[in-house]
Design a protein around this ligand. Structure first.
Ligand code: ADQ
Length: 472
């Protein structure tokens, strides 16, 4: 399934972050989308991250290493209601099963609709008849419907990077039906896993009585058919492996080894976000220390967690809670030569990160809920094939569906996490190699280019079984 270069691709996402060719410091998503955009001479459209007093729809066109970008500024009220509000205080928590922190405000929903309409209005004049459009993530669910309402008949795909919630949770969203019906404006909708896709189908069967779910997850509603697909994202495995062998990575690896001073290192790398299960992780590690006194002074946890979304209260709260928890655990167990948790609130260049992953005996990836989780894949890709570390992975990360050779844990259970740490530390080299090899095969085969090609191929080629009706 090759991407057909004859159609130009237009990528639309909340933020626009193109990657330079072969750049070492970019995430895999930016690399894959940039490659597809270069190949098809496409455009990446989205919010600039900047603000303006009055939205004018003025587009700032730029070119970054062969990738054309088109960005718009938003009004402060848009940012508050659409981005900080509906996207990050309503949908993000609800879709990560955190109905307890989700906030439902009419103003947020209005801002979300308004910005999606503004995006549609602004991007429409750029669209040519043969273009295919690929919309990304929860910020822009209604964008396809807004485009159809303006007469756009191009193929439009949508990919959700976060989980799709169980039906009973989604029902708590006041405008749930409208949101789901808007998904029917797309031609292809993608999820990371079968689980998220099944939750979507559950909702459709229960709440949209006219919908028919056919073979290959083709769903028909009111005469329009869309194809739903589970298409797990990967990392740019080759580039990540290469960067693990660059001087910066080797340097970081050496420095970590020296600073570890013979102790085993456990690594955690996450945006500071309540979905990542950081408090539960610290508690699981504390349980491990309490039940394995022989490990005191011989292991440490390096948790790298750069702050994110600090305009949102729940993110400020989790930061304060983690400061307190790490302080308490260190206060309880540290001695003059050893602290059990090194807790660092900043980002690192990707090549350094690769070296740090490689120096860690355990990759501890324990989100409470995660659409996929790329850190798990990066940890695997960075390992030394002769002496690989062990991945401990939450069964609630989308990545668990592909990564069954990891030690899968329930992140809510401190005992489960503690037992997995003990098991990983004691794991013989032969078993570590066997598990790592199986994981690495998957990370190599299903990388980010595979993901991008698979999705765009489905989108570019209308499904032969699907009815030809593409009217809005
Ligand atoms: P995120 O929630 O951001 O992504 P994740 O998939 O783990 O989560 O990706 C995070 C990326 O940021 C990784 O590439 C990681 O290396 C990088 N990163 C994290 N902390 C860093 C640090 N301190 N320094 C440098 N880099 C750091 C969302 C969804 C996920 C889904 C992705 C892609 O929430 O479930 O996997 O999109 O679809």
């Amino acid at each position: 399934m090759e991407f057909r270069a004859m159609s130009r691709l237009i990528v639309i996402s909340n933020r626009v972050q193109p990657a330079a060719d072969g750049a070492g410091n970019q995430g895999g998503l930016a690399v894959a989308l940039s490659a597809a955009l270069r190949e098809s001479n496409g455009i990446w459209f989205g919010w600039s991250g900047g603000e303006t007093d009055h939205f004018t729809g003025h587009i700032n066109f730029q070119r970054h290493d062969g990738v054309a970008t088109a960005t718009v500024d938003l009004e402060p009220q848009d940012v508050e209601e659409y981005y900080n509000g509906f996207a990050n205080r309503t949908l993000w928590p609800l879709f990560h099963y955190r109905i307890d922190v989700a906030e439902f405000e009419r103003g947020f929903a209005e801002g979300y609709e308004r910005v999606n309409a503004r995006f549609a209005e602004t991007v429409q004049p750029l669209i040519e008849p043969d273009d295919i459009l690929w919309v990304h993530d929860y910020h822009l669910i209604p964008l396809g419907a807004e485009l159809r309402a303006r007469g756009v008949t191009n193929r439009i795909g949508f990919f959700l990077h976060i989980p799709w919630p169980p039906m009973q949770l989604l029902l708590a969203l006041p405008n749930h039906r409208e949101l789901v019906e808007a998904m029917f404006a797309y031609d292809v909708i993608g999820f990371h896993t079968r689980d998220w896709l099944d939750s979507f189908l559950d909702y459709v069967s229960a709440e949209l009585p006219g919908a028919v779910i056919g073979a290959d997850d083709i769903i028909t509603l009111n005469g329009r058919s869309i194809r739903a697909v589970a298409c797990p994202i990967g990392i740019d495995t080759q580039a990540f492996r290469d960067s693990a062998n660059q001087p910066n990575a080797l340097n970081a690896f050496q420095r970590m080894r020296i600073s570890a001073n013979g102790r085993e290192m456990i690594i955690g790398v996450d945006r500071l976000d309540y979905s990542k299960g950081l408090q539960e992780r610290f508690l699981g590690y504390e349980r491990f220390l309490a039940s394995h006194p022989e490990a005191l002074g011989r292991v440490f946890l390096l948790q790298i967690a750069p702050p994110s979304r600090e305009d949102v209260q729940s993110y400020r709260e989790i930061r304060a809670a983690l400061d307190g928890l790490s302080g308490r655990i260190n206060g309880e167990y540290a001695d003059v030569e050893w602290v059990p948790i090194r807790y660092v609130n900043k980002g690192y260049p990707r090549d350094e990160l690769a070296g740090i992953y490689r120096a860690a005996r355990i990759g501890l990836v324990t989100p409470l809920r995660d659409g996929m989780n790329l850190v798990a894949k990066e940890y695997v890709a960075a390992q030394d094939p002769e002496d690989p570390g062990v991945l401990i992975l939450s069964r609630f990360a989308g990545a668990a569906e592909q990564m069954g050779e990891a030690l899968l844990v329930n992140p809510h259970s401190a005992e489960d996490v503690a037992d997995a740490i003990a098991r990983a530390l004691a794991m013989p080299r032969a078993e570590r190699i066997r598990r790592w090899r199986a994981l690495m095969d998957g990370v190599e085969q299903e990388d980010v280019l595979w993901w991008q090609r698979r999705f765009t191929a489905l989108l570019a080629a209308p499904d032969p079984e699907a009815p030809a009706d593409r009217a809005a």
